[in-house]
Design a protein around this ligand. Sequence first.
Ligand SMILES: Nc1ncnc2c1ncn2[C@@H]1O[C@H](COP(=O)(O)OP(=O)(O)OP(=O)(O)O)[C@@H](O)[C@H]1O
Ligand SMILES: [Mg+2]
Length: 421
Amino acid sequence: MSEDIAIGVENLGKKYIIGHQKPERYTTLRDAIANKLKSLGHQPLRQRLNNDAPGREDFWALKDVSFEIRQGQRVGIIGRNGAGKSTLLKILSRITEPTTGRVSIKGRVASLLEVGTGFHPELTGRENIYLNGAILGMSKVEIKRKFDEIVAFAEIDKFLDTPVKRYSSGMYVRLAFAVAAHLEPEILIVDEVLAVGDYQFQKKCLGKMEDVAKSGRTVLFVSHNMQAVSQLTERCVILAGGRTHFDGPTDKAIMTYLVAQKESFDQPAYYQAPPNKSGNHVTWARVHTSEPQGLHCWGNPIIFEFALNITEPQEGVCFSFQVVNAHQQAVTYQWLFDSEKPFGHQAGKVILRCIIPKFRIYMGTYKLITWLSGRGRIITESLSDICFFEVTMQSIVRNEFDWHPDACLYIEDANWEIYHP
Ligand SMILES: Nc1ncnc2c1ncn2[C@@H]1O[C@H](COP(=O)(O)OP(=O)(O)OP(=O)(O)O)[C@@H](O)[C@H]1O
Ligand SMILES: [Mg+2]
């Protein structure tokens, strides 16, 4: 391993042996319980045991994974549930042994893998801080020096002398994170810790991890939060089915990952009305994002396009839509009155196009709600949860941003166009 390599991984593989129960045909819980009871009553014990004996199968949670991480590099590991991310971190933290391959690590590792590891439940917060420091190879004096900082960061002063088994999962992870980040490890390995804490704490953790990274230490970070990954890392490894699918710059990795996700199971960036719709209504709607598969890169032009079928022409028509985030909050809205640009005055199809030259909206998943109203503002049709799309913030200086993800956006320069095809 060359001088400046902190972590080297070569042909790493991890095999688990998993058991399969025989599939059960029962459709309801009641049936399942009833059948179980019935079978217990009538079958001899030997037969019951045979029926329940699971089949066994080799399962590779990681296969042929190789990479090197330079000292001071900040690397994200991303991938779908079950991709092998935690398995990889557990091997690197020496919690579990690899089945094949080799790992070489240079430097003191602190890892925060999941709530429940690293701490002794019977010991108090105070005792666990000392225990963890000692495991990390720090002297008592060194730990003492960091102690107040850790307690202040974790905000658990009142519970310092309570056994950690009495902590809430949020408190637990606060302390665990504070210990791992403050005890000056040379390599910090963190798995999804941000998912547990509240928003304020998540922000604090990210800030702390940035400090750790800036001070030249190596950071390995697993998260499903692409915003956090893009903020914190410069390089990402995408794992898929236990294998390396991509290894390169974070911007490109996130884009690759999100596009693949969209292709496989996400909802579409368009809407198509059912054929039996009557009255004035939207026949289809589409979001033209800057990238394929409903993926939009922050700051690029976006077009929201709606085809209306007008069966009852009238004056006073209005069409509006909101962009809604994953927390069901509307982050921006647009509308068009027929008095501004005439539409809906003649029967047939009309296409409305709302063009936003620079669509700057926080990273995340969004969808639309639409309203079509007629004379007297009577709502003719309202659609919700249509046209899903995803925004990424690629290659902008993210460290300077301290936005709240739900911040509303008022777009002044939207242009509406109307076509009568
Ligand atoms: N002890 C175990 N015994 C059997 N299978 C296991 C064991 N630990 C993990 N696995 C399997 O290995 C695969 C990878 O698991 P892993 O926890 O590494 O996924 P992950 O990428 O961290 O997923 P997530 O995003 O859900 O945290 C999964 O299919 C999991 O069921
Ligand atoms: Mg995991």
